[in-house]
Design a protein around this ligand. Structure first.
Ligand code: C5P
Length: 247
């Protein structure tokens, strides 16, 4: 079916977790046409500087994953600066509260309007998946964690964010809770039979999509592979199967 490959590859976000700008750019060129977005996290952003976003924009969309968590004025200004830089997706931490989340939404819309571009999609981070019930409780986060995730995801949507970053194991509950319009973006993805690295609970690309994910985030399965193009193609083929209408 024409266009299906493109639609499937557009749903793949590759996390460029590298310390050097050149490594990230080289891989982005190698993968051009195989990823809808490249994710720039704190390591790459801090070491390469903001120009990495502009350089990557030549190959695909950019997901700027800096998880802004601050007072409303600071979050809004950081979102304005990210929008001006050209980020297409931006993460904001739900724990900064309704006012900061709403300020982020207004800032992205205003900056988009001033630049004459579509505003970026703001994605809420609910609870870091590295926390378990014990370490979350220790940090003063309300448990059971599933409840906090649900509450914060709801707050993000009410505040006008476009989506949520969540683990594949949260996708089906959140999809049920938030309806079809909220974008669900899911890391912790592994091809069947490959190294899980430090991820505690993983899911395959096909499973995550069938559970209701709109985009999947893949890092080391591609970036640490001897054959990144082959790994990306396997993932895209799984995504494609999961979104193809039944024959
Ligand atoms: O290498 P791997 O596929 O595990 O990388 C996943 C990416 O998604 C990393 O950039 C990681 O920081 C990010 N991420 C995650 N779990 C979350 C949120 C983000 O693994 N809950």
């Amino acid at each position: 079916m024409p266009g299906m490959y493109e639609e499937a590859s557009n749903r793949l976000i590759v996390a460029l977790d590298f310390p050097e700008q050149e490594q990230a750019i080289e891989l982005a060129h190698t993968l051009e046409g195989r990823a809808g977005y490249f994710k720039v996290g704190k390591e790459l952003f801090v070491s390469a500087g903001p120009e990495i976003v502009q350089r990557l924009k030549k190959t695909a969309g950019v997901f700027l994953d800096l998880k802004f968590h601050d007072i409303p004025n600071t979050v809004a200004r950081a979102v304005t600066a990210s929008t001006r830089l050209g980020a297409d997706m931006i993460t904001v931490h739900a724990a900064c509260g309704r006012k900061a989340l709403e300020a982020a939404v207004h800032a992205s819309r205003d900056a988009g309007r001033q630049m004459g571009v579509k505003p970026p999609v703001l994605l809420g981070v609910t609870v870091l998946t590295s926390l378990d019930e014990k370490t979350a409780a220790e940090a003063g986060i309300e448990t059971p964690l599933a409840l906090t995730v649900k509450k914060r995801a709801g707050l993000c949507v009410q505040s006008g964010l476009g989506g949520i970053v969540c683990s594949a194991h949260e996708v089906s509950d959140l999809r049920h809770e938030l309806g079809p319009k909220t974008l669900l973006v899911t890391p912790g993805i592994r091809l069947a039979g490959t190294d899980t690295h430090d991820q505690a609970r993983v899911m395959t690309p096909g499973e995550a999509m069938r559970q209701g994910a709109d985009y999947i985030v893949v890092g080391r399965t591609i970036t640490a592979s001897d054959d990144p193009v082959g790994a990306a193609d396997k993932i895209i083929s799984e995504i494609q199967k999961s979104i193809e209408p039944p024959q």
